[in-house]
Design a protein around this ligand. Structure first.
Ligand code: GLA
Length: 338
């Protein structure tokens, strides 16, 4: 195991963690983003399974949250407002009438302080002042990326606020397990879930659930992403593909989700302590150029998260973070070859 600084200073500080199998994880300070995940395919060739740019500078330009930490609140907040302790808070509307992924300038656009931890991890810290993006409380967040010898990229999130606030973090990595970013429709996906949160025409959940057994949304039996993606159905049509919040049947031992590409033989297994996961199939990608060209449905995201819009839906488990209480969340992505 080793951690080395490729660039130690500034907003594009870049660290690489390498394990004994030769797998490498590169992370950069800007948005606490994953720059590269270099792993071996079934032929022993090294492939990069995350989207992005040749150099971390690329992240500074327009891109849809490529591999960034999302905060203070991942996913959408309906009407870009919420009420906490009887007080109404107004957020920036960056997604129609709603707030998406932290607002105008979320955690993905912040410069994190990066430091190596031991020989297998890099810790990123960001201080978000009271009122930033409309959220109450001075919030200090740390995200620790670790690579294990079992080829597991593990992400530990911690946060603490000096006032009651709301907090729900994720990582927005875009994967293609062939590394070629041509399409993900050939990837086989499993998600341990029987229901998704039902969304309205602007992708906001309001408290209803859609049972998914046997429907196009169902991944409880592994199937190719492309198999049912063209089904003519209200939610699939408005999202132009999968962009849904799966409520996880999580036993905290088995993966909550897997994705597999027979082309490369690479399988990714997702473990988390979060209640939900957004499966997003890159439906807004439209040809952005980076390490590869990222066209429609050329990448997928498995964003572990709290319930979207929970701050406006009292029946959803709360994402409130009380003053002085510690927010703590874990997610890991494990890579194997089959
Ligand atoms: C999330 C959302 C999508 C989209 C992407 C970013 O996955 O659920 O609707 O906004 O982020 O493009």
């Amino acid at each position: 195991m080793s951690v080395k600084a490729i660039n130690e200073t500034g907003k594009l500080a870049l660290y690489e963690i390498e394990n004994k199998a030769g797998m490498r994880l590169q992370v950069t300070a800007y948005g606490a983003r994953i720059h590269k995940i270099l792993t071996k395919d079934k032929n022993g060739n090294t492939i990069d399974v995350v989207a992005g740019f040749e150099t971390p500078e690329g992240f500074l330009g327009d891109n849809p949250y490529f591999n960034a930490v999302i905060g203070r609140v991942a996913n959408r907040i309906g009407n870009a407002e919420f009420t906490l302790n009887g007080k109404k808070y107004t957020l920036f509307k960056n997604d129609g009438n709603n707030s998406l992924h932290g607002g105008k300038e979320g955690f993905d656009r912040k410069i994190w302080q990066a430091e190596p931890m031991g020989d297998d991890a890099v810790k990123m810290t960001y201080f978000s002042p009271d009122g930033e993006e409309g959220y109450p409380g001075n919030l200090t967040t740390t995200v620790t990326y670790k690579l294990t010898d079992e080829n597991e990229v593990s992400i530990a999130y911690e946060a603490i606020s000096d006032q009651d606030t709301i907090c729900s973090l994720t990582n927005h990595a875009y994967f293609n397990l062939n590394g070629d970013f041509s399409t993900v429709l050939d990837h086989e996906v499993f998600i341990d879930s029987d229901k998704i949160t039902t969304i309205d025409g602007s992708l906001i959940p309001h408290g209803d659930f859609t049972p998914i057994k046997g429907t196009a949304y169902d991944f409880s039996v592994p199937k190719k992403i492309g198999k049912d993606i063209k089904t003519n159905d209200f939610m699939l049509n408005i999202a132009r593909g999968y962009d849904f919040n799966y409520v996880l049947n999580n036993d905290f031992i088995h993966p909550v989700a897997t994705a597999y590409s027979s082309g490369s033989g690479v399988k990714m297994s997702v473990f988390t302590d979060r209640p939900c996961m957004q499966l997003y199939t890159g439906n807004f990608l439209d040809g952005l150029k980076g390490k590869k060209t990222y066209g429609y449905q050329s990448a997928f995201c498995m964003e572990t998260q709290g319930y979207p819009n929970a701050c406006n839906v009292p029946s959803f488990p709360s994402i409130e973070l009380k003053k002085g209480e510690r927010y703590s969340a874990r997610t890991s992505y494990k890579f194997t070859v089959e």
